[in-house]
Write a protein that binds this ligand. Sequence first.
Ligand code: ATP
Ligand code: MG
Length: 331
Amino acid sequence: MAAEPRKRAGRVVAVSGGKGGVGKSLVSLNLGVMLGRLGYKTTIIDCDLGAPNIHTLLGMTRPGPGLGGYLDHEVDSLIEVAIDAGTPNLRIIPGTSQPGAANINAGQKLRLLRAIAHLGGDVVIVDVGAGTAYNTVDLVAAADLKLVVMTPQLTSLQNAYTFLKACVQRSLRRLPDDTDARAVLEELLTGEGESRPVARAVAILRDEHGELADAVVDVLARFGVMLVGNMTTSDRDQVVFGRMTNMISDYLMIQAPLVATLPLCDAIRKSVDTRIPAALVDRPPEVVGALRGLARCVLDADVKRLRVAGRLKAAERTLPIWVERDLPAPR
Ligand SMILES: Nc1ncnc2c1ncn2[C@@H]1O[C@H](COP(=O)(O)OP(=O)(O)OP(=O)(O)O)[C@@H](O)[C@H]1O
Ligand SMILES: [Mg+2]
């Protein structure tokens, strides 16, 4: 285990992917285990609303009230439903499988986002479900860092891109201050504009709405995206993920480096049945190496630089987590 970690700003890391079954929960869990073993105080919150898995992957059958208890006001603060994961420096907030759990309303969502901002520690990992429901997109858009997990399969790549695009559009739509600017931006993001690279939309916007164009560029420059390739079977997969990085840069104006690749392997598949994370028991060198690299990237990300976007007047209405963090804790 590592020596006392260097002090860093706490960071919220969402683990997304758009598609179901690509490994979001396993990446969340094993990254959490790795960060904890390195000495960083880590919390995983299972925000796959209605279809939680994290507690199961840790062998827990009765995880207590969890996120559902918080959303139902059974407890006053989110931290009260956090439980020890049984591995160093890691706690989890189990999810909820109540019917309708995915359909939290705007008030519940805001309360949850604010509570996540107040969880404290070194790293908070937010595991989200598949799909592009706004509740999912907003949990990811509000995080400091957005990990996007994808496999080399076309359908995964397609859904990952679509998910990221949904995050971008959701964040940009909240920027304009006046109705005229909002209409212009809306026009650029929808209809024919949908297939237009964001850079071209920004160029058009700049003619009449220079300040808004600057705000758009600023938000995109601090979007904090990192790609994680999962279930790789050959070196060629790196090329495929590399193309995704290029496409995201070309069309969405976002830097999205590939920061880790995890092989398709028996140890990870088996860990679901044994309910003991691969990072804890089998520890195959390839997997451990990839997770360590991923942990480093998460820890080394300059979140203070990413959060400067929160100082923009218009961007404050996106209620990013770092804006909320300075407000009193939610009840
Ligand atoms: N690297 C891997 N090697 C082998 N099997 C894997 C690997 N990653 C994921 N799997 C398999 O894929 C399944 C789905 O993984 P996981 O539950 O993490 O996906 P998910 O993206 O969280 O799915 P959901 O969208 O349903 O939440 C696992 O049960 C496991 O069998
Ligand atoms: Mg999952």
